[in-house]
Design a binder for this molecule. Structure first.
Ligand code: 13P
Ligand code: SF4
Length: 337
């Protein structure tokens, strides 16, 4: 079964009001389980606020690998919880709803990657962390949006690099590294691909003084650089950033208004980091239905019942671990609170 079934076909958990008693119960249950709650920047605000740490994929992976807690409750999508389990096999890893998949991770399978590798013998495989454990097991080094350029730069030229699965992140890495031996898989995330160039150009024209924070998975990333290159938007205002880097940038920019091209859950951390700045989504419909499956009720159920536990085939996890460990060693620390 594909993990990312259309959510419309699934029965959502019944509503739970995320009030102070919910928050207290979540923290009490987490303490009883010796659990740390990690939340991605795209989670609903109540989940971001109740978590012990909120951040981007790289920051959360690093915390999963080094924290003392015996249990990790991962409030994010399935590949993120799986990555935590790969890095910390001795820990219990729970995700409040295991059906929370990712359309980008679904765009390449282990068999697809094996076939692609056979066409480029000797090439180094760099997989974005948004992949299944089976794909990671076929990978030399994983990356996130925060360290993809550093990871590719760490590979000596001449061997060829297979970069999967996101085509827009791949194009960004190719531009930044200038490598012509980088081959890119044609996958995409349905949320970010939908944030397109004309939409960005229109919003930028309406807001000439705004900074543009663009996630490199976006369909509009190339257009953003075109706008900068043509002088339509001053180049210092166009920033291609991971979700964690957006928070860091919000703390230092002088802009009064920022247009944000990524999943709309991001606005919550940005507004907390810089309440004086006006943040607006480039596309207000850019909501990831998988991320939003981790509801307050699902988190409570997961903590009460110890579910859904993430279990991995030991051999696959062992083969995937080296690639994920190399990922967390490359690039600067940070990206989370
Ligand atoms: P970050 O690594 O920037 O947090 O992005 C994760 C993701 O799923 C983007 O869609
Ligand atoms: Fe996957 Fe896209 Fe959702 Fe990120 S926003 S988890 S890439 S489907």
């Amino acid at each position: 079964m594909k993990i990312s079934e259309p959510v419309d076909a699934l029965t959502p958990y019944s509503g739970v009001e995320p009030d102070a008693s919910w928050r207290d119960e979540v923290h009490e249950l987490a303490e009883q389980r010796d659990a740390i709650i990690l939340a991605h920047n795209y989670q609903v605000p109540a989940i971001q606020d109740v978590a012990h740490h909120t951040g981007d994929s790289l920051a959360l992976s690093r915390i999963a690998a080094t924290c003392d807690a015996s249990t990790i409750i991962f409030c994010g999508v399935h590949f993120m919880a799986e990555t935590a389990k790969i890095l910390a096999p001795e820990k219990t890893v729970l995700i409040p709803d295991a059906r929370a998949g990712c359309s980008l991770a679904d765009s390449i399978t282990g068999a697809d990657l094996r076939e692609w590798k056979s066409l480029h013998p000797g090439a180094v495989v760099v997989s974005y962390v948004n992949t299944t454990a089976e794909v990671k097991a076929e990978t030399d080094v994983c990356c996130t949006s925060s360290n993809a350029v550093d990871v590719v730069n760490s590979i000596p030229p001449g061997r060829g690099v297979l970069f999967c699965p996101d085509q827009f992140l791949g194009a960004h890495v190719k531009r930044r590294t200038g490598r012509d031996d980088l081959y890119i898989w044609a996958g995409e995330c349905h949320v970010h691909a939908g944030i397109n160039g004309p939409e960005l150009a229109g919003r930028a024209a309406e807001n000439p003084d705004a900074d543009l924070f663009i996630h490199p998975e976006c369909g509009c990333a190339t257009s953003a650089l075109y706008l900068a290159g043509e002088g339509i938007v001053p180049s210092e205002k166009v920033k291609i950033l991971s979700t964690g880097d957006m928070v860091d940038q919000a703390r230092t920019t002088n802009a009064k208004r920022v247009l944000v091209a990524t999943e709309v859950g991001m606005l919550h951390q940005l507004r907390k980091a810089a309440p004086e700045i006006e943040f607006a989504a480039v596309n207000e419909r850019a909501s990831c239905r998988y991320m939003k499956m981790i509801t307050p009720a699902a988190l409570l159920r997961g903590l009460r019942e110890g579910e859904d536990e993430v279990l991995l085939d030991l051999e696959v996890a062992k083969r995937a671990r080296g690639a994920v460990q190399r990922m967390i060693e490359i690039g600067r620390p940070g990206g989370g609170e």
